[in-house]
Design a binder for this molecule. Structure first.
Ligand code: URA
Ligand code: CA
Length: 435
């Protein structure tokens, strides 16, 4: 097609695409009038030559309007969302969404499934007996109005252009491009109708970007572009040089979220959740400063109101809210297997992605889109970055069922740790805050 080759040529030569060019490209991706190879060629040209902020804003908005848009204006108050670029043991949504709702935010959240080595909130929620994540648009909006919180899967066809482009990027080595990641994530958030969004951009060995500097650049780009679209965006760049929580796996992560909200567990998962919550309240205009927001969130945590809100949400979505009182009501794996350290020293490095892939091999994630997840399996970390460890001492424990591929998991975990004779400082938890 004439138009397609013209646009590809322009970007190939490093020229700026017009608003009309970008609209034609997104329309071509949505209605199939551009062939996959033309879309792929253009994606590669964008990946190599980049985009100006103006082009990125146009791409984001074109994609956001490529399908249905949710209108949340019937819900009074500030609608706020959060989005993680994907992590391991990264259960912050199940902690921060109820806490923010308990502080008066309206949390209307559409979450995703696990992808590759990263977990997905929908898969975690589905490990709760009876829990439904496929509410209609009307029921979703009513629930947010009534109790201040709903977390569901994408109902309508939000940003369908992204589905096509993301699938092509996945197989053409064009995922890690700033304008492409930015437009992919922001278009879905804008189509989902939120006023304020906090982005949790991961940095480290389990992150989409290869270095901390690149993660910070991605966060800055997303906030800058997002704020040009008329919504309020902010970002935290948080550490993924080790799993965030101790549990990796679906029911296991629900259990840890309940433990945090009950005050039984603290640590990095709790701390990052509170920091994200503080940004959510500030970005939504519900608090003046992060300090004020943190104090309110801590009060709700200590008073058990976050846990109550989670139970309320689970009940409203057909799930068994008693899992918040007794986590043994969640699916449990049949067997536990210790994974011993191969050397003595200090843990100075972890391949977080390998730990995520090991959980996937046990059945906590999908290899193919059609795979079924085993909600009970996964692993529990016994050691953190910086900890001393002895040869033979377990550093994590597998939770397995008969269908788990234990050998594959062991192989992935065999070189997941770096153990050194000298101790090294544990990585910072929050690498940057971008407002
Ligand atoms: N997540 C998305 O939704 N899109 C990207 O491009 C990267 C991560
Ligand atoms: Ca995600």
């Amino acid at each position: 097609m004439m138009r397609a080759t013209e646009i590809i040529m322009k970007k190939r030569r490093g020229q700026e695409l017009s608003t009309e060019d970008i609209h034609a490209f997104v329309t071509g991706a949505t209605d199939g009038s551009f062939e996959d190879y033309q879309l792929s060629a253009l994606l590669m040209a964008i990946c190599i030559n980049g985009m100006t902020d103006r082009e990125t804003v146009d791409l984001t908005m074109s994609m956001a309007f490529s399908g249905d848009k949710l209108d949340l204006s019937v819900i009074p108050g500030a609608k706020v969302d959060k989005h993680s670029t994907g992590g391991v043991g990264d259960t912050t949504t199940l902690i921060v969404a109820p806490l923010a709702a308990a502080c008066g935010a309206k949390v209307a959240k559409m979450s995703g499934r696990g992808l590759g080595f990263t977990g997905g909130t929908l898969d975690k929620l589905e490990s709760i007996p009876g829990m439904r994540i496929d509410l209609s648009k009307e029921r979703f909006i009513r629930q947010v109005k009534d109790i201040g919180i709903a977390v569901i899967g994408q109902t309508a066809e939000l940003a369908p252009a992204d589905r096509t482009l993301y699938a092509l990027r996945d197989v053409t080595a064009t995922v890690d491009s700033l304008p492409l990641i930015t437009s992919s994530i922001l278009s879905k958030k804008i189509a989902a109708g939120c006023d304020a969004v906090v982005l949790d951009v991961k940095a480290g060995s389990g992150a989409i970007m290869p270095t901390i500097e690149k993660s910070i650049e991605l966060a800055e780009t997303m906030v800058r572009i997002g704020n040009r679209t008329g919504r309020r965006f902010s970002a935290l760049v948080t550490d993924m040089n080790q799993p965030l929580g101790l549990n990796v796996g679906n029911a296991l992560e629900v259990e840890e979220a309940v433990d945090v909200l009950s005050g039984r567990a603290g640590g990095k998962l709790a701390e990052v959740s509170l920091q994200l919550g503080a940004q959510m309240l500030v970005t939504a205009g519900l608090a003046q400063t992060a300090e004020e927001a943190l104090a309110r969130l801590r009060e709700k945590l200590e008073g058990g109101e976050g846990l109550k809100k989670l139970a309320e949400m689970i009940g409203a979505q057909g799930g068994d809210p008693r899992v918040t009182e007794d986590t043994r009501r969640l699916p449990q794996a049949a067997r536990r297997i210790d994974v011993p350290a191969q050397e003595t020293g200090f843990i100075t490095g972890m391949k977080t992605s390998s730990i995520g892939y090991a959980a996937q091999a046990l059945g906590a994630g999908r290899m193919k889109k059609s795979d079924r997840i085993d909600p009970a399996v996964g692993l529990v970390m016994k050691k953190r970055m910086g900890d001393p460890i002895e040869k033979g001492e377990p550093w994590c424990e597998l939770r397995v069922n008969p269908s788990s591929d234990v050998n594959a998991a062991r192989k992935l975990l065999a070189d997941a740790l770096t153990i050194s004779r000298e101790a090294a400082a544990a990585p910072a938890l929050v690498h940057a805050v971008i407002e």
